[in-house]
Design a protein around this ligand. Structure first.
Ligand SMILES: Nc1nc2c(ncn2[C@@H]2O[C@H](COP(=O)(O)OP(=O)(O)OP(=O)(O)O)[C@@H](O)[C@H]2O)c(=O)[nH]1
Ligand SMILES: [Mg+2]
Length: 284
């Protein structure tokens, strides 16, 4: 779940993608732009910052201060990338340059060239087995990660411990979200077990069905902050995201679904994550 206001797309597309004013600066900050990234961008004057909302096969859907863009990665960047970890992923900030040719349709989303991927604040990775182990980053620049576990049959303290480790390694701040409390008949012993392993990580007990505890999640969904949800399939990540989006009209989704292996074991972030991971702009 990523907080972002909707950049004034249509209004600010003119006269140029490069024009920077108070409004575009505000739009960038709503998308998560801060001094960590602007300091890096200072080395590349003339390039335009944009955030990856969705990687596609050969192109990247980007959000910029002036609206959505479609980013192409030059072949040289792909071949220069030593590892898949170097390629832009959802949540990354990139610097782009406009492509002037072949854009006759004024209403079409502008196509740009991705020139630079900025260093990340945080990242969720998986190791890919191949000829050698290669790191693949499935989500970048996440501020807060909701570790979602159901209080129904999904409940598993060991899994929450694994999620915590993953979050601490990522650089994002974890928040334990125990969902579906409306389906839990005996909360205290389960809560007690989680408190013992939480190491002061905030714990929220919620039900997206009846709204219990949901307000408490709003404090993390603030201007310019990016929130991701990590949890096994069916624990309520989409429901929580939709609930928050409906209530605040200021959130969008970045969902990381941890799947199950054929044997029923929890899978670490996998390739499919990057496909389901979305960082979308939405209106405030
Ligand atoms: N009783 C109850 N049901 C819930 C709650 N939250 C979600 N659900 C239901 O649980 C089911 C799965 O919810 P989703 O939000 O789709 O789960 P998800 O984590 O996004 O699942 P994936 O997208 O497959 O990873 C849906 O039928 C929801 O209506 C809750 O708090 N209480
Ligand atoms: Mg979902």
């Amino acid at each position: 779940m990523a907080q972002s206001g909707e950049p004034n797309c249509a209004a600010s597309r003119e006269p140029s993608l490069l024009s920077v004013n108070a409004s575009t600066q505000d739009n960038l900050e709503r998308l998560g732009w801060d001094t960590f990234f602007s300091a890096q961008a200072a080395d590349h004057p003339g390039l335009i910052p944009a955030r990856v909302s969705r990687p596609d096969l050969n192109r990247y859907h980007l959000l910029s201060a002036t609206g959505p863009l479609v980013g192409l990665l030059p072949g040289r960047a792909r071949s220069a990338g030593q590892s898949k970890a170097d390629l832009p992923t959802v949540g990354d900030w990139v610097l782009v340059s406009p492509i002037e040719e072949g854009q006759e349709d004024a209403d079409a989303v502008p196509t740009v060239l991705i020139e630079v991927t900025l260093n990340r604040k945080s990242k969720f990775s998986r190791k890919e087995a191949g000829e050698r182990y290669d790191e693949q980053v499935v989500a970048a620049n996440i501020d807060t990660v909701f570790l979602v576990t159901g209080l129904d049959d999904n409940f598993n303290v060991k899994r929450i411990e694994r999620y915590l480790l993953l979050a601490w390694t990522s650089g994002a701040s974890p928040v334990i979200v125990l969902s579906k409390v409306d389906l839990c008949e005996n909360l205290p012993p389960r809560l007690d077990k989680v408190e013992k392993i939480a190491m002061k990580t905030p714990i929220h007990v919620v039900s997206a069905t009846n709204g219990q505890g949901m307000e408490g999640l709003r404090e993390y969904v603030t201007r310019g902050k990016t929130v991701a949800l990590l949890g096994s399939s069916g624990v309520g990540k989409s429901t929580i995201t939709n609930y928050a989006a409906t209530k605040s009209k200021s959130v969008s989704a970045s969902q990381i679904s941890a799947g199950k292996t054929a044997e029923g074991r929890e899978k670490p972030p996998s390739n499919s994550f990057s496909k389901t991971c979305r960082l979308e702009q939405s209106s405030r």
